[in-house]
Ligand binder design. Sequence first.
Ligand code: GLU
Length: 426
Amino acid sequence: MVRVRFAPSPTGYLHIGSARTALFNWLYARHYKGSLLLRIEDTDKTRSEKKYLDEIIDDLKWLGIDWDEEPIHQSARFDVYRRMAEDLVKKGKAYREGEAYIFKLEKGRTIEVDDMIHGKVSFNTDDIKDQVMIKSDGSPAYNFCCVVDDAYLKVTHIIRGDDHLSNTPKQILFYEALGITPPRFGHMPLIMGADGAKLSKRHGGVSVEEYKKEGFLPEALVNYLLLLGWSPGGDKEMIGVDEAVKLFDINNMKGVQAKFDLVKLTWMNGEYIAAKKDEELLPLIRKQMEDEGKKTDTPDEILLKVIGLYKVRMKTLSEFVRMTDYFFTEDYSVEEKAAGKYLAGAESKNILREFSGRLKEIKDFSHSSIEEACRSLAEEKKLKAGQVIHPTRVAISGKSTGAGLFEMMEVLGRSKVLERMQKAAA
Ligand code: GLU
């Protein structure tokens, strides 16, 4: 029976790399119908905070990662670690140094790790110092309590980032000293930024929280994270999580590049948004608007229309909020450059005046009637359609791009359209 674990330290928000670790452990557990356990590594009592733990739990749930047993907290197990350390001292495998407990390292040995992702990796114990198990402040050291707990939880496979590969021989020696067969290990390549350096703040968002805030969908983030360590085969990139659970094979984790490409993630998010029904996006858009402090009393019926217009244009939910502000407030953002180009001249003002005059007259304010009015005006005045369309778009939305002009005019409604056009023409 496969038992894997995710072991976050609640000393900060959930990093994209940790989310990927959690996801692959989850995938491994679900593929083999095993269990995923959650262990909170809160040994550093001053740096661990409840707000981080709550956030990590929230983010995991948001990503759709669930676990199978009550999480264990290392902060509640200090006496267990001490007892185990005492034992090793009694057996002559460790010694005390003041309050600290230290493991004696046997020199001249080769420790071989048969890593599930890297294959065989060897370490020489000459390169490893005696290992602190319990620090003089009474808190356990990571490598020791990690082994004690993985053994206690009967973990069969440990999947984590490459940054822990060098810890593995130390952990194997602890298993040996405790008389326990070690689990299998698999170390995933660390996530790199586009420039090949380890992913950090300067590459953009590094916490799940930031992506959530920007209006990335969990399905898209999960799909993208899957590709940062695994390939479902061929050129396949869009893959839902259920299919991934079925297809997952740790052998396909070998040699996969883990380069974080924000452009690709953003593209993928746009694909997931476009594939959703307007009704499914509605509550997500409302929440996004609320979170960004925007007015949200627009009736469903109108908001659905705006969503319909922008669904294929927005790459994130936050982009929707920025692109459609002119539907919901008079205080919408205006592109200065576009306003200068299309609204400043006397000719544009004349065209806006003419066009708004005609829009006042048309019977129904539908996109087709608006379009007809635009075409006939252009024809009569010997103008190119663009000479009417561009100033009008900037006048009513403040933007040089957006959804189809006539459709957005219809949704915006006659009175707002006329008011804005007249104001721009004045
Ligand atoms: N708390 C450790 C980390 O977040 C866990 C390492 C492990 O999985 O063994 O890096």
